[in-house]
Design a protein around this ligand. Structure first.
Ligand SMILES: [Zn+2]
Length: 394
């Protein structure tokens, strides 16, 4: 049996030794924001770093050019643990979700563990997962088999609280396109059928639904095509609508059919036709893993982090980690980089490259490495993670 305490202190020392390099990489990614599926530089920099630390790196896995899978084998047997790196930015806002920190926490944990893997049973993977912001990169990689054989997948997201888990809603993004009949808006409007009117009525229909939906439901939309000119009755108009709920079953079996009714109703009222299509992969809610969350909490406390109680009704977004956590045991911990700023704001973007953000990078890497070490060295803990996953099956 390896001396786990001794290994843990070696991991901490390696991490401390890599601090400057990790912070520099985090800042470099922050200064070169790349949006979903275009994270060419971030992906390349992470792959180079992992190769320097002895990982064997496959680039472009799962058919995604900016995805990667890096591998370092320990002794035979034991679990396969994957650390996840997200690195996409938001259009116009840069790294306002702090994915530069997610990337460097995952890679930092990996390079801190690298020198001790020869003393542990199992394999360490780092999986670069592009396009969390609406592209569903993890879902594409999951379907392509990139996660085959993985026993647990671990990541940490920056936030304004320290929390063992994230309240993530199942979500679906629908592109709704109406087709009417164009006409001169002054000379012969009576010959037209107005596709934009259908969009307006669909918005009104969604608003009418609001009072008759569960508290966990969120519905939001934009007009993605409002016609070409005011003097032409719009032949085409479109909206992008996101609907979310605490569970995918309610979302797909109740909410989406009701929305379809609203979209059809607006078409009927205006004499137009409607087509509804998924604009990206639907995201599932996160299946929480009590054993992994308890381990997160142990290691976060070790780094002087006070944990906020988990409140499923507050601050829920959506993530493609939801789908992954339904397929295998997953951890989506949250560590604070600010007391107030919320993701997807300019204030959060600056927190993601602040001194506090840098410290969170190191803390997060240490927490991830600590949880991974438990998985490699404690068969009872691994069993608890597995049975907790099975018990939470919906
Ligand atoms: Zn994010």
């Amino acid at each position: 049996m390896p001396d786990v305490r001794e290994i843990a202190s070696r991991i901490d020392a390696h991490l401390e030794g890599q601090r400057d390099a990790l912070v520099a990489l985090s800042h470099r990614i922050h200064e070169h924001p790349e949006t979903r599926f275009e994270e060419v530089q971030a992906s390349a920099w992470l792959c180079e770093l992992l190769e320097q630390h002895g990982f064997e790196v496959e680039r472009g896995v799962g058919g995604l050019p900016t995805a990667f899978r890096a591998r370092l084998d320990g002794r035979p047997g034991g679990p396969t643990v994957a650390l996840l790196c997200e690195y996409d930015a938001l259009p116009g806002l840069g790294h306002a979700c702090g994915h530069n920190l997610i990337a460097t926490m995952g890679a930092g944990a990996a390079i801190a563990l690298a020198p001790v893997m020869r003393d542990l049973d199992g394999s360490l993977l780092v999986i670069g997962t592009p396009a969390e912001e609406g592209g569903g990169g993890k879902i594409i990689l999951l379907e392509a088999g990139v996660f085959d054989g993985v026993d647990a997948a671990l990541m940490i997201h920056p936030y304004h609280l320290n929390q063992a888990g994230m309240a993530a809603l199942a979500s679906v993004k629908l592109e709704v396109v109406y087709t009417g009949t164009p006409a001169h808006a002054a000379m012969a409007p009576f010959e037209g059928r107005n596709a934009l009117d259908a969009v307006r009525l669909a918005f009104a229909g969604i608003d009418a639904m609001r009072q008759q939906v569960r508290d966990d439901v969120r519905m939001h939309a934009i007009v993605s095509d409002g016609g070409a000119a005011p003097n032409i009755i719009p032949e085409r108009a479109a909206m992008t609508c996101v609907a979310r709920s605490a569970d995918a079953q309610h979302l797909h079996e109740s909410l989406v059919p009701r929305l379809q009714g609203v979209f059809q109703g607006a078409a009927l009222m205006t004499g137009t036709t409607v087509e509804v299509a998924n604009a990206s992969h639907p995201y599932d809610e996160i299946r929480r893993n009590p054993a992994l969350e308890a381990a997160f909490e142990r290691h976060a406390r070790r780094r002087q982090r006070t944990l906020a109680p988990f409140d499923p009704s507050s601050g829920a977004g959506s993530t493609d980690m939801g789908n992954l956590s339904q397929a295998l045991p997953g951890l989506h911990g949250m560590l604070a980089i600010d007391d107030a700023a919320l993701p997807h704001t300019a204030a959060f973007a600056s927190a993601a490259r602040s001194e506090r953000g840098d410290q969170t990078l190191v803390d997060g890497a240490g927490v991830l490495a600590g949880v991974a070490l438990e998985l490699f060295s404690d068969a009872g803990f691994l069993q608890e993670v597995r049975s907790g996953f099975a018990a939470a099956e919906r």
